[in-house]
Design a protein around this ligand. Sequence first.
Ligand SMILES: Nc1nc2c(ncn2[C@@H]2O[C@H](COP(=O)(O)OP(=O)(O)OP(=O)(O)O)[C@@H](O)[C@H]2O)c(=O)[nH]1
Length: 516
Amino acid sequence: MTFRTTAFVAVVCFALVALDCWNSWHSRQAELQQMEAAASNLARAMAQHADDAIKKTDIMLVGMVERIEHDGTDSAAISRLRKMLANYVAELPQLDALHIYDSEGNWVANSRNTPPQNLNNAGREYFVFHRTHEDRGPHIGVPVRSRTNGKLLIPVSRRINDADGRFAGVALATIDIDFFNRFYTSLDIGEAGAVALVSESGTMMTRRPFGDAMVGRDMRETELFRAYLAQGPAAVAYIESAQDGVTRLNSFRRLAHYPLFVAAALSKNEILAVWWRDTLRHTAGVLFLMSIIGLVGWRLIKQMELRSKTEAQLRRARDALETLNATLNTLAMEDGLTGLANRRQFDVTLDSEFRRAAREASTLALILIDVDCFKQYNDIYGHAAGDECLRSIGRIIADLAARRPGDLAARYGGEEMAVLLPNTEVANAASLAERIRLAVRDLQIVHAGTTEGFVTLSAGVEACTPEPAQGHPKELIEAADMALYAAKAQGRNRVCTARPLNFDLAAAPHAPWPAS
Ligand SMILES: Nc1nc2c(ncn2[C@@H]2O[C@H](COP(=O)(O)OP(=O)(O)OP(=O)(O)O)[C@@H](O)[C@H]2O)c(=O)[nH]1
């Protein structure tokens, strides 16, 4: 019981912990899934923002290239073009400036009214690219620092051709990196979150947290870039930052029209901060609950142990009492010397068997046995020897007489014994008495006071079939006693019946006796 209670308490505690772990795990997964969706939406918005900004800029470039190629570069056309460029820049907040260079890298026009003198852009990456590539599409170059205003800029450019399709210059739009930074500042990405705009060739355009040193950095060897290449144009990945060691949930998205991608990264610790707080609260609650269950269970087990101990003591006490009671009962019904039933039991049994015989109209027989000249035996051999002699006679009577369940051998008093035999005719009872007599004689217990020289006994036998509500057990005893008296009177060492038998008992002591 104690084991089962302990097991039950343990199972309840285990179930509580398992349930809480399962719950926590699921809410953690849900939290991460939500954050993956949020990071993915963020990346989509950033990609859209960058794509729009570059697209609008590129549309301007297409117009500029078309105009130069069509109108040429005479002073009137350039003057009109300058105005147009200035208007464009005023219209688009992302634009820092618009420039047109000739095939040597010299300024033809720009959105500022005063093109810088003595500066040549032939060495710039975008210029070299267009001079060496016939491709007419837009080109997004590596970020540069403006030599006129010192700003960090992303160059977007297109090639200008002459009428024969030869390289005639470059139309360039520079997008202020601050334009992106302002947008990225407005995003809610937490304390340790990060966002980045990176070219597919592996150049960092800008990022938050901001830092000029990061702009233009080669990203090809970073985890971020490798993850992008491995996962494709729209994916999420957990990456541990090599810079600050923070693990972030990164969502990548390629721009729809340009070879750039954005990455929105949310710190895993920040994502799970609320979950951690809830989990710690739950865990504390579960621990508290477990300690209460444990305490109650412990007290319960102690009480049960105490109860079973008390019950065991009570059981032992009851068993002892029952044993004592049985002993007392036996003692109360048994003769201490011979082990036969005592007089009390004999009286009770005689009474009940007499009534049963009356009820069932059956015959009840009684043998009264008396040791011959026992006073003399005591006198000659002592009282202790007398006791031993009675014990031996008791054993013989018990062996021979009490064979059927209803038979009773008892010590009637002193050296006198009685055998009560239900359902027994007088002849059978006399036959049994004779066998007892012979058996005792055959013990050959020396007795100098008898004529045989051994201990002998005399017996009186009577049987009756009592009429219902008539007669008394006393009458049966008196009749058997009379027969015993007769046996004594006839010289002892014999069996006498109250009424004459129709056979010679001494000649056939074993004759008629019902099977046991
Ligand atoms: N040793 C011993 N003697 C007992 C016990 N109970 C009775 N006696 C003795 O048995 C003797 C019975 O003597 P009596 O009644 O005179 O009869 P008896 O000497 O057997 O003579 P008869 O019956 O006429 O043959 C007495 O001396 C009792 O003291 C007992 O438990 N132990």
